[in-house]
Ligand binder design. Structure first.
Ligand code: PLP
Length: 434
């Protein structure tokens, strides 16, 4: 294992990491996975409490997803999607259309590329509609939409953004409806509507130069699992329609059942103009993202002029192996009635976490679907790393965001595993040095 760690330090530049920090806290050397468990090269087991950066839904080495990919391997591993098509990409597009009501699927590989595609498509739509000046973007304060240059322009996390500010396009951030920011005595709903008023004020002055408003529906993940009332989305939909600005729902983290419904937008009863999906779409197996959009948007690109079409591409667009993994994931959702089963799990796990929720160091305990989060009142500098290390020693892989601890386990996690996770959290909270 030491050998693997020295080799990784020498040859691999790890993401979202100050490499020097790996001297003090080496990465886990993972050899295998099994359901919600990660198993390192020494055989130690860690509960993957954050689903490997929110991507894993049905556990590691899931036999059903493995079988689908293996079957596809014997047919065709990849073919370019310009000038060719194949059953997995067609079937997946049909099923995503049924699930979202958005009938046209454009594919990318990572979440950030889905954001780029949605932004470009929106601005290009307005250009094709004879309004090229509508090319500005609005996003929420503390929002996260990925880290490529276009996506980072609508992201609002200073740690990721400030260094690259000179490379980015100017965009506007409107107040976040994050329920933690409500005035004392103000309901989450009233606060959400007050924030929507600020969105309206901006749209009233700038709709003529605005292409789209992009949001993470219900949960701002990278902001620290900030949750807000669905009334905000409902009002945002009305305002975007009224002011003729596209609404882009970034469901990259919250899609595929994470918030308790297949897509978070369902809880607000809205249909956005674009939905970006990735992360859970392949159950955490292979990189795949998609942007789904309306007939109206699609029609604006359809015509004889080449340049009127959406001339965007990635080499691995619509990769058949990734599409088969996604189809297997959708089969599991249907066959195992996962949304209903998760409702039961969600209530049960909330009960299991009641003691942590009531801990004196904990405030703003919050929960939606298969996401639980709380803020630690006295979290000092280095808290996240200390908590992470302490949890590892207890057999759980948890990575707090600043002073926010969250768990977002794979849906195959059972009650016993959840209890052991709650014990780990209790032990960590009980240690005043963490
Ligand atoms: C993770 C994430 C992205 C970016 O996806 P990548 O695959 O990491 O590029 C974009 N938006 C949201 C809401 C995310 O959580």
């Amino acid at each position: 294992m030491d050998d693997l760690l020295s080799r990784t330090r020498a040859a691999v530049w790890h993401p979202c990491t100050q490499m020097k920090a790996l001297e003090a806290t080496p990465p886990l050397a993972i050899a295998r996975g099994e359901g919600p468990w990660l198993i390192d090269t020494e055989g130690r087991r860690y509960l993957d409490a954050i689903s490997s950066w929110w991507v894993n839904l049905f556990g590691h080495c899931n036999p059903r997803i493995n079988a689908a990919i293996t079957d596809q391997l014997g047919r065709i591993e990849h073919v370019m999607l310009a000038g060719a098509t194949h059953e997995p990409v067609v079937a997946l597009s049909e099923r995503l259309a049924k699930l979202t009501g958005l009938g046209h699927a454009f594919y990318g590989s990572d979440g950030a590329s889905a954001t780029e595609i949605a932004l470009k498509m929106s601005a290009h739509f307005w250009r094709n509609a004879g309004q090229p000046e509508k090319n500005g973007f609005i996003s929420l304060k503390n929002g996260y939409h990925g880290e490529t240059v276009g996506a980072l322009s609508v992201t609002d996390i200073p740690l990721f953004k400030c260094t690259y500010a000179p490379l980015l396009r100017h965009t506007v951030q409107v107040p976040t409806p994050d329920a933690r920011l409500a005035e004392p005595g103000e309901s989450a709903e009233a606060f959400a509507l007050r924030c929507a008023d600020a969105l309206e004020a901006h749209l009233a002055g700038h709709a003529a130069t605005t292409a789209a408003f992009i949001v993470e529906p219900l949960v701002q993940g990278a902001a620290g699992m900030a949750m807000y009332h669905p009334a905000y989305l409902k009002r945002a939909r009305e305002l975007c329609t009224q002011y003729r600005v596209h609404l882009i729902a970034d469901e990259i983290a919250v899609g595929f059942g994470r918030t308790g419904t297949m897509f978070a937008c369902e809880q607000a009863g809205i249909r956005p103009d674009f939905i970006c999906v990735s992360k859970g779409i392949t159950g955490g197996y292979l990189p795949l993202s998609a942007v789904l959009t309306t007939d109206e948007v699609y029609a604006a690109f359809y015509g004889d002029a080449t340049a009127r079409g959406f001339l965007h591409s990635h080499s691995y667009t619509g990769n058949p192996l990734a599409c088969r993994a996604a189809l297997a994931v959708l089969d599991i959702f249907e066959h195992d009635n996962v949304i209903a089963a998760n409702r039961v799990k969600s209530a049960e796990f909330t009960g299991v976490l009641a003691e942590a929720a009531a801990h004196p160091r904990v405030r703003h305990f919050r929960h939606l679907g298969m996401i639980w989060a709380f803020d630690v009142t006295d979290a000092g500098p280095g808290f996240s790393s200390r908590f992470h290390q302490a949890a590892l020693a207890q057999g759980a892989f948890i990575r707090p965001i600043g002073g926010t601890v969250y768990v977002m386990p794979p849906y195959v996690t059972n009650a016993d595993e959840m209890r052991s996770l709650a014990d780990t959290i209790r032990v960590c909270l009980a240690d005043p040095r963490i």
